[in-house]
Design a protein around this ligand. Structure first.
Ligand SMILES: *Cc1c(COP(=O)(O)O)cnc(C)c1O
Length: 398
């Protein structure tokens, strides 16, 4: 196969049709640009859905991963291995958490977080049967446990019955959360900034209110940092913007900047009453290959002062997006924090069409919810890239 249409035809014949993919076949990446098999160049403002935060082809990253491939890829969790031990230390330091379990994806991190919370309450109360509060419009993943706390009915319906004992509240509405608390509630799970649901940042009152409710009722606060974490909002983890600390948190996406990895983390207080040998496991999770990737990602963040860079450059992106809100009637609002931004469009404007036209124009942007243009670029973008993005985007906005 050599041409684009042949690849696409074969993909549509062989792959299960669970995605309506963009009509491009990507081949390589360099910096913040992607190239398709015809060498067409795209400015990437999606980063593989908030994954490739150091961009593409960073030599420190590729060298470290290649060296580990030559040395050892996999051992299973029956043995110790150096890269994941180093990675764990760096992740715990950055997150101020005490214990971590590595998974292969975000959804698995959510599964683990739910099990950890249930086990904590089981140990405390001496019985099972606890409930979880989740948020409307939340997204936590596609496996059945994660889907059970994902607050979008059409994702859930064909797969019901899901996990029992999940109650939904309204994001940024503390009263609605209070109404769902019962004597069985063991955890409240929320994204520190809702991503797929439409780029909704939490208010400070909401995050602090949830923390206070959890403290009052011995409920565990679980922050899903899978999309908004790893520096995207200007702090290493988004909850660090709010002067609170969760009891359990999840990470994935940019954690390995392209290798499949996730993690759930907890405080020592939770760990002391939670999962023990026999309760949880994974064959691949935290293998040496992903350990090397995570470890070098943290080194690069430090060396390049990625957090400072995000904080410096985000106001420029915000100002440029705000100008679009001013200029175009059908762009209703901008929402977001740092380099996780969304433009809400009038429902009459098909957001998918704009993304497809942008791709034609050499710009990769994606949607969130059904009327939000989502901007989650590599964190290493410069102002010139933002200018180029705005120019390309405007060329298809007319
Ligand atoms: C992407 C995402 C997930 C699921 O991660 P996968 O790696 O796709 O399983 C969970 N929570 C949030 C907030 C996400 O953005």
């Amino acid at each position: 196969m050599t041409n684009k249409q042949e690849y696409i035809n074969q993909a549509e014949e062989h792959l299960l049709h669970t995605y309506n993919r963009f009509q491009t076949v990507l081949k390589r990446g360099e910096g913040v640009y992607l190239y398709d098999i015809d060498e067409k160049k795209y400015l990437d403002f999606a980063a593989g859905i908030a994954v490739c935060s150091i961009g593409y082809g960073d030599k420190r990253y590729t060298d470290a991963v290649k060296a580990q491939v030559d040395l050892l890829n996999h051992t299973s969790n029956l043995y110790y291995n150096p890269p994941i031990i180093e990675a764990a230390g760096k992740l715990l330091e950055a997150s101020q958490m005490d214990r971590v379990f590595f998974t292969n994806s975000g959804t698995e991190a959510i599964e683990g977080a739910i099990k950890a919370a249930k086990k904590y309450a089981y140990t405390r109360d001496g019985h099972a049967g606890h409930e979880i509060i989740a948020m409307n419009h939340a997204f936590h993943g596609r496996s059945l446990g994660a889907l059970s706390v994902t607050g979008t009915k059409h994702y859930q319906e064909p797969f019901e019955p899901l996990l029992p004992g999940v109650r939904f509240a309204e994001y940024n509405d503390l009263e609605s959360v209070k109404e769902q608390i019962t004597d069985k509630t063991c955890a409240i799970i929320l994204e520190s900034l809702q991503g797929e649901g439409g780029i909704y940042p939490a208010t400070e009152a909401f995050m602090q209110g949830i923390r206070a409710l959890c403290d009052e009722h011995d409920i565990l606060m679980i922050c899903d940092e899978i999309q908004c974490g790893m520096g995207r909002t200007g702090k290493m983890f988004c909850w660090q913007n709010y002067g609170i600390k969760p009891d359990i948190m999840t990470s994935a996406k940019a954690l390995g900047c392209g290798v499949p990895v996730g993690a759930f983390l907890m405080t020592q207080k939770v760990a002391d009453m939670s999962l023990v040998p026999g309760d949880h496991g994974t064959t691949y999770g935290g293998n040496p290959l992903v350990g090397a990737a995570i470890s070098v990602v943290f080194d690069i963040y430090k060396e390049d002062n990625i957090l400072d860079h995000v904080n410096e450059i985000a106001p420029y992106l915000e100002a440029k997006l705000d100008a679009l809100v001013e200029k175009y009637d059908f762009i209703k609002a901008r929402r977001g924090l740092g380099l996780m931004q969304g433009l809400e469009l009038d429902p009459s404007v098909p957001v998918g069409g704009i993304c497809a036209k942008a791709l034609e124009a050499g710009l990769i942007v994606i949607s969130a919810s059904n009327n939000v243009l989502r901007f989650v670029p590599p964190l290493v973008i410069e102002t010139a890239h933002i200018d180029e993005m705005i120019e390309k985007l405007e060329s298809v906005l007319v």
